[in-house]
Design a protein around this ligand. Structure first.
Ligand SMILES: C[S@@+](CC[C@H](N)C(=O)[O-])C[C@H]1O[C@@H](n2cnc3c(N)ncnc32)[C@H](O)[C@@H]1O
Length: 552
């Protein structure tokens, strides 16, 4: 992976500003302000006076620089020539492309050098695109012959092109829920005081059934993946093109570049580099909110859930009354930094120019930051090899409907990523009327009850009453084994079915069918080790089927 930019993160800045502005002295004043925009105003007035804000935060511009671009390209050359490390060199060249000034020779050179990496890795289509990009720019005459020779060679190799995508085609919703646009009609949303809004099975559900398939409300690419994933669609792409003004955003196509710019990037384009972190997703959410506010009031009845909109996510239960002062204040600092930056942006100020807009953006930034710290989803890509399983973070996303699922330490569902689409599947049979649950990270067989309860209380402010907590189920080592597994199952499991090839598809399908059958056979022994083993196998096969074998 290419080195992440130096500089402080947004988290570091918020902490620093909290200390320097002596915000701990403002606790009572802050807590007496129930309106979020007033909280942001209070903090904004304290921190924008500080030298740290003026010299570090406000001055952190994101400008192109040929000098930087050249330096990064030379680091890429070193990796390419001396170490033969083509994949990492490729990321350096992409970074060099991001920094190069529009139309410059530096940009042409970085494209040309990247085409050499793409050639070596057999991404011929992408190699050709980069050669053409270099040639259409100010590429030095003296080196053109070499590039044209590579182009001619690619033409003969095209049939050996490698695939680029880190996930397979997702399952589709077969019987669409009339009230929840991303879900099957097997579930419904209910409300009660104890569980807040929660999801219930409206008929018996079998293991493996898809319950929802939801696109993110918004997402950002993770810093460790930013040079090989499109910042708009999150697709894997080894020859990204840059935003024409800033060094931070890269796209897989012209289409994604203009979609992103028009939708949102025009407001963040010259944002300070400190905001380049997974936390950035909160600004995106607030800006979507600004766009959606009027629409929501106008045409969304309360019982219809449009989950790619802002309307649902803003209503998520945050239990604000339980947050301590620093956790309430940090969102106001982050919102103030973002607000300051947006006010510097003409596109933003010309569109949102009323006092009401001003108040709304502060409120939304504050609330969006809280949502982002409370319920972010980490999109991962998984790579299966014969010897190990590797996973990497691709992005951070916010999902409105999937966030509705409540927690259980014995969840009956798991979710799987197909790029930024999140698919939830039953991993146990669910009876009509039963609550549909996921795990917020605490599973009964891994973590003792007291620790789980403490984490859930501290982070999500509820006392878990799932069956494992109620009946004091032990962790895995202390569980009974349960009924014998069939010899067939043990034999198949001992073979490596996750070897990264597609040839064992039939074996996986057989194993999935057998695992589901065994689940029902073992169910009455729950909790037991063998049931967990079978359930784990089901989850692994679905995760494997979602993932494509790509280079990391
Ligand atoms: C992301 S939200 C889930 C949706 C939420 N129920 C709502 O009404 O918006 C997480 C919050 O849901 C509630 N919650 C989740 N699982 C729960 C459970 N097993 N028992 C009680 N409350 C739960 C807690 O208030 C938690 O902070």
């Amino acid at each position: 992976m290419c080195g992440i930019e130096a500089g402080k993160s947004l988290e570091t800045y918020t902490q620093l500003l909290f200390e320097e502005a002596d915000l701990h002295l403002k606790e009572n004043e802050f807590k007496n302000l129930s309106d979020f925009s007033d909280r942001v105003d209070l903090v904004y007035n304290c921190i924008t006076k500080l030298n740290t804000f003026k010299t570090e935060v406000a001055k952190h511009q994101d400008r192109k620089s040929n000098r930087e671009s050249e330096m990064i390209r030379k680091q890429g050359n070193d990796l390419f020539l001396r170490q033969g490390n083509y994949l990492v060199a490729l990321e350096y060249y992409t970074k060099s492309i991001a920094y190069a000034e529009s139309g410059s020779t530096n940009l042409a050179l970085a494209y040309a050098n990247r085409s050499a990496c793409l050639y070596e890795r057999r991404y011929y289509k992408q190699c050709l695109e980069d050669i053409d990009r270099a040639l259409s720019l100010d590429y030095p005459e003296k080196s053109k012959q070499k590039l044209l020779k590579r182009k001619a060679s690619v033409e003969t190799q095209k049939s050996k092109q490698k695939q680029v995508s880190y996930y397979n085609s997702p399952p589709v919703i077969k019987s669409k829920n009339p009230l929840i646009d991303c879900a099957e009609d097997s579930i419904e949303i209910q409300y009660n005081k104890k569980y807040g809004r929660h999801v219930i099975a409206s008929r018996d559900i079998k293991i493996g059934e898809v319950l929802s398939a939801e696109n993110s409300v918004c997402h950002v690419v993770h810093p460790e993946s930013k040079y090989i994933h499109c910042h708009e669609c999150l697709e894997l792409c080894y020859n990204l093109i840059p935003c024409e003004s800033c060094c931070s955003s890269l796209y897989c196509s012209e289409e994604c570049r203009s979609k992103c710019y028009e939708g949102y990037h025009k407001y963040e384009c010259q944002f300070h580099k400190i905001l380049l972190s997974p936390l950035m997703v909160f600004i995106k959410l607030a800006l979507i909110g600004m766009n959606d506010l009027k629409k929501i009031e106008a045409d969304c009845p309360d019982n219809i859930h449009l989950f790619n909109s802002f309307k649902e996510i803003i209503k998520l239960e945050m239990n604000e009354e339980n947050w301590n002062y620093i956790n309430l204040c940090i969102p106001a600092i982050a919102a103030s930094i973002a607000y300051y930056t947006l006010k510097e942006n003409q596109e933003f100020t010309s569109k949102y120019d009323t006092d009401e807009d001003d108040c709304n953006i502060k409120k939304l930034l504050y609330k969006a930051y809280m949502i982002n710290t409370f319920f972010p989803f980490n999109i991962k890509k998984i790579r299966y090899t014969p010897n190990y399983i590797e996973s990497k973070r691709v992005g951070t996303a916010l999902y409105a409907f999937t966030s509705f699922y409540n927690h259980s330490c014995v969840p009956n569902c798991e979710f799987f990523y197909y790029g930024s689409l999140i698919v939830t599947r039953a991993q146990a049979p669910i009876k009509k009327g039963e609550q549909v649950t996921i795990s917020y990270g605490s599973y009964f067989y891994r973590t003792p009850k007291a620790t789980r309860q403490e984490i859930l209380k501290k982070t999500y402010f509820f006392n878990c009453d799932c069956k494992a907590c109620t009946h004091n189920w032990p962790t895995i080592m202390d569980l009974p084994i349960g009924k014998d597994l069939s010899l067939w199952f043990i034999l198949k499991v001992s073979q490596n079915i996750f070897d990264g090839t597609e040839s064992n598809q039939k074996l996986q399908d057989e194993l999935l069918t057998e695992s589901k059958r065994l689940y029902y056979e073992l169910e009455e022994d729950q909790p037991c080790q063998n049931l967990l083993r079978v359930q784990h196998m089901i989850t692994e096969i679905y995760a494997y089927q979602a993932s494509r074998d790509v280079e990391f």
